[in-house]
Design a protein around this ligand. Structure first.
Ligand code: MG
Length: 456
């Protein structure tokens, strides 16, 4: 397939997303996308969903499209995204399809494709599917070779067993831990409680029924959506709390004092322990991560490499460099000995092992340096974005400038990251410094600077 012949884009940074029953995300779309996926994958395709109300409709349509191309379908039911990723690689499937809109509001849904090695599909393969879709170059099987769909009900169990094989279960069991888990009415309900039972960890669940109306709270683990969990942990008697997003590829933690931990801090804590255990090694994260990650890794004896924003980019860089660990600042952690994708369940098991061996979470966090961040944005016409970034990079003097993704400027006590939005005519300005006041001041300063450059 000639991928040079560029077709309009369907897949964004996290698969295809849209509001259900609009032309971008209805059963006709799912059917035709299924035909394109089946044509491309040309083998056994696994499919799974999170817990959204529109899942059955979209899955049925997508499965019909895949079967029409002659592919066999294995239906995993409702499982976390990392569970289907695990199954695809383990069982040697031709690929996977996850119906999920992760942390988006309930009216959204989406389709994410998985490569045979279990990673989020590469952009190159997505482009081929887009090409087939737009050209309607669908494989149409003869009546005698139409595909079938069969249930594959053991994916959750196999995924949990896969995690259990990667942690020191005896140490966790001996520590007699108790935690609070907020499943966010999502796919985690089928795996995290099961994982905890097998590790002998006592637990209390919140929002433990899969429910696409998200009656507890929306499925993004923001501080606002974590209030219920924070209040529960503050009542005492918990070693920590954890909250998953809707498809459970991410985990955000609440320490034993009931304090919400931003994803950078759990990333830093796990990274520190891993480089310490392995006596060094490389940790990969994005340019948007806090300096606390690099500080912690350096103290532990390792080094950090920065990539563009996006978990597939981090995973790919980890594979190429043989990194010992990696992840994003949003609570998506990647454990290479398990699989090269974000994994919410594996993150819970890793934190359990760390505290079982090293003590209370709040004490361990004391060793991780703390910084303040500030986020703002400023409008900019799409056609001016490139030239503004080039000018910003070229006219910044006397400090280190990194153009891996947007323009990141290191000042003496922090950094500023100016990135163009991929979907809106705006620049996002992120800053980090030692105090909240300084972070906000830096953001104001660079927003002004960007505005001057926009005006020319
Ligand atoms: Mg997610």
């Amino acid at each position: 397939m000639a991928a040079e012949e560029k077709a309009p884009r369907l897949f964004g940074t996290n698969g295809v997303r849209g509001v259900v029953n609009t032309p971008q995300m209805d059963c006709r779309f799912a059917l035709r996308l299924g035909m394109a996926i089946g044509t491309f994958m040309n083998g056994t395709v696994m499919i799974a969903t999170d817990a959204r109300t529109s899942n059955e409709m979209l899955k049925s349509s997508c499965v019909a499209g895949i079967m029409a191309t002659g592919c066999e379908v294995l239906d995993l039911g409702v499982v976390p995204t990392p569970a289907i990723q695990y199954a695809v690689r383990k069982k040697g499937a031709a690929g996977g399809v996850m119906i999920t809109a992760s942390h988006n509001p309930p009216e959204f849904n989406g389709v994410k494709c998985i490569d045979p090695d279990g990673t989020e599909m590469s952009r190159r393969n997505e482009e081929t599917i887009e090409f087939i879709y737009h050209k309607e170059a669908f494989e149409r099987a003869g009546w005698e070779s139409i595909g079938r769909s069969r249930p594959y009900p053991t994916a959750a169990e196999e995924y949990v067993d896969g995690i259990l094989a990667k942690v020191d279960g005896a140490a966790i069991r001996k520590a007699n831990l108790r935690i609070a888990v907020d499943c966010s009415n999502g796919a985690a309900a089928y795996t995290t409680p099961r994982l905890l039972e097998k590790l002998g960890v006592r637990y209390v669940t919140l929002n433990g029924d899969p429910n696409g109306a998200f009656p507890g709270h929306h499925s993004e683990p923001t501080p606002e959506n974590t209030e219920e969990l924070v209040n529960l942990v503050k009542q005492g008697g918990f070693d920590f709390g954890v909250i998953h997003d809707g498809d459970a590829d991410r985990s955000i933690f609440v320490d034993d004092q009931g304090r919400y931990m931003y994803g950078d801090r759990s990333l830093a804590l796990v990274a520190y322990n891993r480089v310490l255990d392995m006596k060094g090694g490389l940790v990969v994260t994005t340019v948007g991560s806090s300096m606390c990650v690099e500080d912690a890794v350096k103290i532990g004896g390792g080094t950090v490499m920065y990539t563009r924003v996006g978990s597939p980019v981090v995973a790919r860089a980890m594979m190429e460099t043989g990194a010992v660990f990696g992840g994003e600042e949003n609570g998506g952690l990647i454990f290479p000995e398990h699989q090269y994708c974000r994994d919410g369940g594996m993150s819970v098991a890793a934190i359990l092992e760390i505290i079982a061996k090293n003590g209370r979470l709040s004490d361990l966090l004391e060793r991780i340096p703390q910084y303040s961040q500030f986020k703002t944005k400023t409008p900019c016409p799409d056609k001016k974005k490139e030239s503004v970034m080039a000018k910003l990079a070229a006219t910044t003097e006397g400090v280190r400038v990194d153009t891996t993704d947007g323009v990141k400027i290191f000042v003496e006590d922090g950094w500023v990251l100016v990135r163009p939005s991929g979907t809106e005519p705006i620049f996002r300005v992120f800053t980090e410094a030692k105090t909240p006041e300084r972070a906000e001041a830096l953001a104001g300063l660079y927003k002004k600077r960007v505005n001057q450059l926009i005006r020319g």
